[in-house]
Design a protein around this ligand. Structure first.
Ligand code: ACO
Length: 792
């Protein structure tokens, strides 16, 4: 069973049936025994139940105590002649002698079964069912190698034996009876479907429900790994907690699959998020792997469901399973939502950058990958802080609404295409497993994953004068004071202590294994529109693992929630690099009048500031960017595949044509090129003249216009006129304008464009001239857009 309990073998087949899991306990040595055993026991039970009554009595006598006078202690009749091998034929075995003495107590078989004299056939059959289960468990105990599993089998064996002796029903005696956690996995998954997909048209919703059903089915037949296997795989996990759940699972779900005299429950109905969390990652990986391996065997109608939708479904669900406060695990999931509606996403995520990641074509759906878990710091804050500061964003708050209402912009990539691309990149084969962090991972990725797996936690804590001190918070504050004192040796210890324990200061603390390993102490000045970061540190052996970045990202999200969008800090000279990487700069956006007199000036430190963008979900930002890059890469690949086409060369020039419109070049539009200047052509020559004159004046007055004011002098630029066939400059343009040469905006724009193109052709990119051309060109296009000569 040690092997059989292995998750690998236990995974039920998605298989050809698509939705139907394989037999319980499939795979493994004794595990497959569980499956085969289950069928074998069923056959044996049927045989035994149809055998004559004496035969049944003989079988039950073996498990019944002796009722002979004199208080015999024998608890089961033992035959003088143990059954021969091979067993006797049916005919012979039916010959039962109730007078045969017991090998152990010498009383007869009849003495052991007197209590069964008037028992109904039905009850006899029930007891015989238990007998066969006992015998099967006995074999399992002997074959089992895993100590924990063996122990559970043994307890169940004793329980079943006792119920035969007492003719009772097998009742598991445990401190807690099922369900062990609410909401159950089944309820949670149903909530998830409601939460994420309720807006979909019914056909699509049906598909999702099918996926959910399939997933739940898989869990119900999933072989959990033994506690020792798990300890080896995840050493830092809550081993005791897992063992309790494993034992419960064996007793209530697994063993009853083959020993049907025990009451059986579905894993998904009696366990909740805790058990799901302990199996999800491995399960997801194996299911996807299995789907890939079996893809050729899948019936055509299931292929898309399993190969395309299932991976996406699992990644979305994973996000909710590991998120610290996903609403799907809330007991009052539906009741809590206004008007009984499904709550909309409650996390910070209005990032416009995140938009293309919507999973469905519906504008209200939000892909979980764009808006991951709400910071546990926020969740914890409501519990730990005297004044809850970390509640979830309410559905009615503007950010989420704004997000849902965003209109689609002309030129946006069609949703269908994005969904199609998304489906390909959620395939784990396309995106490397997040746990296998590559050299190109974002710096906070490892920390983000650790947080999701519960290895680290973030809490905003502070001291309070009017609340009873909470021992845990005080311990953490002391821990923070230690981390800051060690990492900031130039700060007087007393000063650190004073600020960390000052009720006006709060600290975002990073906890690992119940211990503080870092934090950011800050003071909020809401009336001044900024927060001062006072101390920031991570304990030495945990530095450069991304914790500092993740801490800062949490702090940013915390402040967006509290509508403070500026940080100021006096950065230690060694920490300037770190702060720069977190988006801080020496260019302070907060007006001096707002902070002078409010924040402490530190000698030898540099004042740095960071302006927050409330649309950015900072803790998820790097993931979003990574996914977007992936999408864009795929879109480009698709486009390239479409336009990789060779057109015949242009022959018109041979026929004396000197110039053709760009848009007439075959294939140019397919590359995405669009003609510039799709703007308003000014019909009135005077209006055109005055518009162009204004633009030209602006351009000539620009600080980067100096190289282009006059025609290039041959003496200053040797060989210029050999390289540049059609020179142009601002003075010539002024003359042309004056002479009313520019009868259309196109002529004007073409001359101006020539100035920039010539410059870039003649000069190297690192030259001053080249840079001026780029800057002036940018300015020129801003001006003509402002004048409405081209579309904005
Ligand atoms: N100088 C330059 N870059 C740095 C520094 C530094 N001192 N510290 C970290 N970085 C870089 C890292 O190399 C990393 O960059 P990369 O991803 O491009 O390689 C990035 O900053 C973030 O690294 P993290 O792993 O996220 O940060 P870490 O967990 O190491 O925490 C911190 C950074 C808090 C500065 C930590 O190094 C520390 O505690 N240092 C000692 C205390 C200190 O100097 N605190 C700041 C004083 S100023 C004040 O408190 C207001």
């Amino acid at each position: 069973m040690a092997d059989s309990a292995g998750i690998q073998q236990g995974s039920p087949a998605i298989g050809a049936a698509g939705l139907v899991p394989a037999a319980p306990g499939a795979g493994g040595t004794e595990g497959s025994g569980a499956a085969r055993g289950s069928a074998r026991i069923a056959v044996k039970k049927a045989q035994l139940r149809s055998s004559p009554r004496p035969k049944k009595l003989e079988k039950l006598g073996v498990y019944s105590s002796c009722k002979a006078e004199g208080a015999c202690k024998c608890n089961g009749w033992k035959s003088q002649n143990p059954p021969p091998t091979p067993p006797q034929t049916e005919q012979q075995s039916n010959a039962v002698n109730l007078q045969e003495p017991c090998r152990s107590c010498s009383h007869t078989l009849g003495d052991h079964v007197t209590h069964l004299e008037n028992v109904s056939e039905e009850e006899m059959n029930r007891l015989l069912g238990i007998v066969l289960d006992v015998e099967y468990l006995y074999t399992c105990i002997h074959k089992e190698e895993d100590a924990d599993t063996k122990q559970v089998y043994f307890s169940l064996f004793k329980l079943l034996r006792k119920s035969i002796l007492q003719m009772g029903k097998p009742m598991l005696e445990a401190q807690e009876s099922p369900p062990f956690e609410k909401p159950s996995i089944e309820q949670g998954v149903n909530n998830f479907v409601q939460y994420k997909f309720s807006h979909l048209p019914s056909k699509e919703r049906q598909t999702i429900m099918e996926l959910a059903k399939m997933f739940l089915n898989q869990i119900n037949y999933w072989q959990l790994e033994t506690p020792s296997q798990r300890r080896q795989r995840v050493p830092n996990d809550d081993a005791a907690g897992y063992k309790v759940n494993y034992t419960r699972w064996l007793c209530y779900c697994n063993v009853p699959q083959f020993c049907d005299s025990l009451p059986r429950y579905e894993t998904t109905q009696i366990f909740g998020r805790t058990l799901l969390r302990s199996v999800f990652t491995v399960m997801r990986k194996q299911l996807l792997e299995q789907a890939r391996q079996e893809k050729d065997k899948l019936p055509p109608e299931k292929r898309t469901l399993i190969l395309t939708h299932f991976p996406k479904f699992l990644s979305m669900l994973e996000e909710e399973v590991y998120s610290h406060n996903s609403p799907i695990w809330s007991q009052d999931f539906l009741a809590g939502a206004a008007g009984g509606q499904i709550p909309i996403h409650t996390v910070i995520s209005a990032a416009s950058v995140a938009r293309p990641l919507y999973y469905s074509t519906s504008p209200v759906s939000v892909d979980p990958s764009t808006c991951g878990s709400v910071s546990p710091a926020r969740k914890a804050a409501s519990v730990l802080e005297p004044n809850p500061v970390g509640e979830k964003r309410k559905p009615s708050e503007p950010l989420s609404h704004e997000e849902n209402k965003r209109p689609r912009v002309v030129g946006d990539i069609p949703m269908d295409l994005i969904n199609e691309v998304m489906a390909t990149i959620t395939d784990p084969a396309a995106i490397p497993e997040t746990s296998l962090l590559s050299a190109h991972s974002a710096r906070d990725e490892a920390a983000r994953l650790e947080e999701r797996r519960g290895v680290i936690e973030f809490h905003v804590i502070g001291n309070s004068l009017n609340q009873k001190p909470n021992k845990r918070i005080l311990m953490w504050l002391v821990g923070l004071q230690n981390v800051f004192s060690h990492q900031l040796p130039r700060m007087p210890k007393e000063y650190i202590t004073r600020l960390v324990f000052d009720p006006k200061h709060k600290t975002l603390s990073l906890i690992k294994d119940g211990r503080v390993i870092g934090g950011i102490c800050f003071r909020m000045f809401p009336s001044q529109g900024f927060t001062e970061i006072v101390f920031c540190a991570v304990t030495s052996n945990e530095q450069v693992k991304g914790y500092g970045t993740h801490l800062m990202n949490h702090l940013k999200e915390y402040h967006i929630k509290h509508e403070i969008l500026n940080f100021l800090t006096y950065a230690d000279e060694y920490a300037i690099g770190y702060f720069k990487k977190q988006g801080f700069s020496k260019d302070i956006k907060v007006p001096k009048s707002k902070y002078v007199g409010y924040i402490k000036d530190y000698e030898g430190a540099t004042l740095m500031g960071c302006e927050l963008n409330p649309s950015i979900p900072y803790t998820e930002f790097s993931v979003i960017i990574k996914k977007q890059k992936e999408i864009i890469k795929k879109l480009i690949e698709r486009k390239q595949a479409q336009i990789r086409k060779v057109y015949p060369g242009l022959s018109c020039f041979k026929d004396g044509v000197r110039q053709i419109p760009i848009e007439s070049i075959p294939g140019i539009r397919e590359t995405g090129w669009k003609p510039v200047g799709k703007g308003k052509e000014l019909k009135d020559p005077d209006q055109l003249y005055s518009t162009l004159k204004t633009i030209l004046q602006h351009v000539k007055s620009h600080q980067n216009a100096w190289p282009f004011m006059e025609p290039v002098k041959k003496t200053e630029a040797p060989g210029y006129y050999q390289v540049i066939r059609f020179p142009m400059d601002l003075k010539t343009m002024s003359e042309r304008l004056k002479s009313r040469y520019y009868t259309t905006r196109k002529l004007f724009m073409a001359d101006m464009q020539r100035i920039f193109t010539n410059c870039r052709e003649y000069n190297p990119p690192e030259s001053e001239y080249y840079k001026c051309a780029n800057l002036l060109e940018k300015f020129f296009y801003t001006k003509i857009k402002e004048a409405g000569l081209i579309e904005k």
